[in-house]
Design a protein around this ligand. Structure first.
Ligand code: SF4
Length: 338
């Protein structure tokens, strides 16, 4: 008599796939580690814009040895700066809407590449604006994928999400961290062998008061549609002259070089010829502001007040034209510095 053919063993549950928002900070790296520890396949997603760079996330992904998807977030954050439904934090940081928009962008990759859920390193109560319970709820609601957004570090304090109810992750092995105490995270970092992580909350220029003062000024005049102007905000000293021209004065060789390459048709690039000094980029200058632009360039040259220096003006596709300028004191421009 032939033996009955045994029923096939139930096929093992396919390995769950999580796409984790990686800032490069410790918490997002720990979220990835906690999921990976229970067998979840983890990849990362990071965002780039003139206000924050993915560099720390790229280093973190190397440390974690995970694939990283990098998304250009510039148009999304620019739109939120114009109209953030949940408002700004202490500077021009629309954190709640920014987080929700990042999760929405990540969910597009999730749908396209077959991930099961999105994870973040958010910790309940750790940051005053974006990680209060109501803020986490708002991000969850606005993310477009409320059931599939998991915060592994605080999951036990939050309602169950789909990956937990479906058994893709084991809720009992997720964490219940809350508050500003970083000790548990630092202990976990040791346990997971993480050695490289920048300070929490660092790296976003939208949280820096000096930077956001310039950004507000740009929003009021040129607007936010020109990405090169957004990138120039992080370089040099910025002046708003009387007829409305934005003039950017390099602080060092790196700024001077950046400013030079940022020139476009209609701008004026202004430099001292016979003395070392700053390069000045005037954006679409008003003719009425040209004397002040030359004076600004002379004031930030090595010439002393009262000296005469030769200043050249170059406009796109034309040869530089030099003219003598008496060096004014820098204080003359203080009131116009942004
Ligand atoms: S700190 Fe900057 S990058 Fe982070 S959520 Fe806020 S606005 Fe977005």
């Amino acid at each position: 008599m032939t033996e009955p053919i045994p029923a096939p063993a139930p096929s093992p549950r396919p390995r769950a796939k999580a796409l984790c928002l990686i800032s490069g900070g410790l918490d997002s790296q720990l979220a990835a580690c906690v999921l990976r520890e229970q067998g979840v396949h983890v990849e990362g997603v990071a965002f780039s814009s003139p206000f924050f760079s993915p560099d720390a996330a790229i280093r973190a992904a190397k440390q974690l040895d995970i694939k990283l998807h990098v998304v250009d977030f510039t148009p999304h954050i620019a739109a939120l700066l114009k109209n953030p439904p949940h408002g700004f934090g202490s500077c021009l940081n629309p954190c709640i809407d920014c987080h929700a928009a990042m999760v929405r962008k990540a969910s597009e990759i999730m749908a396209r590449e077959g991930f099961d859920f999105i994870a973040t390193g958010e910790v309940l109560g750790q940051r005053p604006m974006s990680q209060r319970r109501d803020a986490l709820n708002m991000v969850q609601k606005d993310s477009g994928i409320p059931g599939r957004l998991l915060r592994p570090l605080s999951a036990q304090l939050l309602p169950e999400t789909e990956p937990e109810t479906l058994g893709l992750v084991d809720r009992s092995r997720l964490l219940g961290l809350s508050g500003r105490n970083r000790k548990p995270q630092l202990e976990m970092a040791k346990r997971f062998g993480l050695v490289e992580f920048p300070t929490p909350a660092g790296g976003c220029l939208l949280t820096e008061p000096n930077y956001t003062r310039r950004l507000k000024n740009l929003m009021e005049h040129e607007g936010l549609d020109d990405e090169r102007l957004l990138r120039l905000l992080a370089h040099g000293r910025h002046f708003r002259l009387d007829a409305g021209t934005l003039a950017i004065v390099g602080r060092n060789r790196g700024d001077n070089e950046f400013i030079r390459t940022a020139m476009r048709g209609g701008d004026a690039l202004v430099k001292p010829v016979d003395k070392p000094g700053a390069t000045v980029l005037a954006i679409q200058p008003a003719e009425a502001d040209m004397p002040a632009i030359l004076g600004l360039c002379a004031a930030y040259s090595d010439g002393k007040p009262g000296d005469t220096v030769s200043i050249s003006v170059m406009r796109a596709a034309s040869k530089p034209v030099a003219s003598p300028v008496v060096v004014p004191p820098r204080q003359d421009f203080e009131a116009r510095m942004i």
